[in-house]
Design a protein around this ligand. Structure first.
Ligand code: AMP
Length: 113
């Protein structure tokens, strides 16, 4: 989608600190990190949200594979981490392009807000 923020990051029209990339997904550091490690994993193809995705197993599987790899590369796999997909207004989604938050590097409280 032309004016989507994360599509523009995929096209390198907006700067981001990219930490991993493959044919399907891109991972980059969140601009407002909520933990020492806070990375967003997105599908390169525009999809508005988890609710809108046509092939959830395929797309979320590819995102989970990248999240696992990035967590290991960031050194947080041993201590643990959290993966979150916010969906829609009540879910706290503010950017309309499906993304998975990978958070780690501190003890994360539960339940979330
Ligand atoms: P959500 O609230 O689940 O939609 O999460 C959107 C996330 O995108 C937030 O954590 C923002 O800090 C992050 N974000 C917004 N703009 C950028 C950007 N230009 N680069 C990296 N992360 C961003």
């Amino acid at each position: 989608m032309t004016d989507c923020l994360f599509c523009r990051i995929v096209r390198r029209e907006i700067p981001a600190t990219v930490v991993d990339e493959d044919a399907q997904c891109l991972a980059f550091r969140d601009i407002a990190p909520q933990a020492p490690v806070h990375i967003l994993v997105i599908p390169k193809a525009h999809t508005a949200s988890l609710d809108a995705v046509e092939d959830p197993a395929g797309v979320v599987g590819a995102m989970a594979r990248m999240a696992q790899r990035v967590a290991r590369a960031e050194g947080i796999a041993g201590t643990g981490y959290r993966t979150v997909i916010n969906t829609g207004a009540d879910g706290g989604q503010t950017v309309g392009h499906l993304h998975l938050h990978l958070l780690g590097g501190r003890d994360l409280a539960w339940p979330p807000g």
